[in-house]
Design a protein around this ligand. Structure first.
Ligand code: C5P
Length: 230
């Protein structure tokens, strides 16, 4: 079984809007509904869990659930203070199914494609842990004080992580428990598995599968979604 775990419990401060970005309307429905739709329509996904902020329950019920033609099992659960806490809350619903697979996806990446889901599902069965990513076209610098460059990374070895990041449930559950016990907090899921020495394989993502972070991203997503639906 393949379960989509869509994390959408953030407050979206960087967007600077009163409405949290996952609830901003695009083509008549909230951004989050577009993201859920991709998983809802994919024949590869059996179940969906959405993690939301407990302060957003009414918006989620009134604006998102009413806009989804849910044919498959869809549950929601309240998230926590960090993305990792929110992932934990979702995994708590499924950790007792160690041999199933989970695709963990950011609710604010509505342009994830069927091809990415197909590659993720195929490869997670083969490898147990896979991370969707794209090669970096920019040269990346490391700076600890946001001022002076400390080092330059070899671009040919640098990838930009996206989601979904997909795992056999036993693997990500062990990794997140260990991260919690050690006080390790990561900005993505793969990092928790990497630190256990378990190999995480790359799945090719796409430039379109960007995370909506700024108002400019939102305008671009609106155009992209309009084009896809037309
Ligand atoms: O904060 P960041 O940009 O990494 O958020 C990526 C995704 O994680 C977003 O969809 C956001 O709603 C979600 N998130 C969450 N719980 C948090 C923080 C972020 O579910 N506490």
């Amino acid at each position: 079984m393949f379960i989509a775990l869509i994390v959408a419990a953030g407050t979206g401060e960087r967007m600077n809007t009163i409405i949290p970005k996952q609830f901003l309307p695009v083509l008549g429905k909230p951004l989050l509904a577009h993201t859920i739709d991709v998983f809802e329509k994919s024949p590869l996904i059996d179940e969906i869990i959405v993690v939301i902020n407990k302060n957003h329950e009414k918006q989620f019920r009134d604006q998102v659930l009413t806009n989804i033609h849910a044919k498959k099992a869809l549950r929601f659960v309240f998230g926590g203070n960090t993305r990792q806490d929110s992932v934990y809350a979702g995994l708590e619903l499924i950790f007792n199914r160690p041999n199933d697979y989970v695709l963990i996806h950011d609710g604010v990446r509505p342009l994830v494609s069927d091809e990415i889901l197909k590659r993720s599902v195929e490869d997670v069965v083969k490898y147990g842990a896979v991370c969707c990513a794209i090669p970096s076209v920019d040269t990346l610098k490391v700076s600890k004080n946001n001022n002076c460059i400390e080092s330059t990374l070899d671009r040919s070895m640098v990838w930009r992580a996206q989601t979904p990041q997909s795992f056999k449930i036993s693997i990500i559950w062990e990794a997140i428990q260990k991260a919690k016990a050690d006080g390790f907090c990561a900005t993505d899921d793969s990092a928790m598995v990497e630190r256990l020495g378990i190999p995480v394989y790359l799945v090719i993502g796409s430039e379109e599968n960007y995370k909506i972070t700024t108002p400019q991203d939102f305008i671009r997503a609106e155009e992209n979604l309009r084009w896809i639906k037309s």
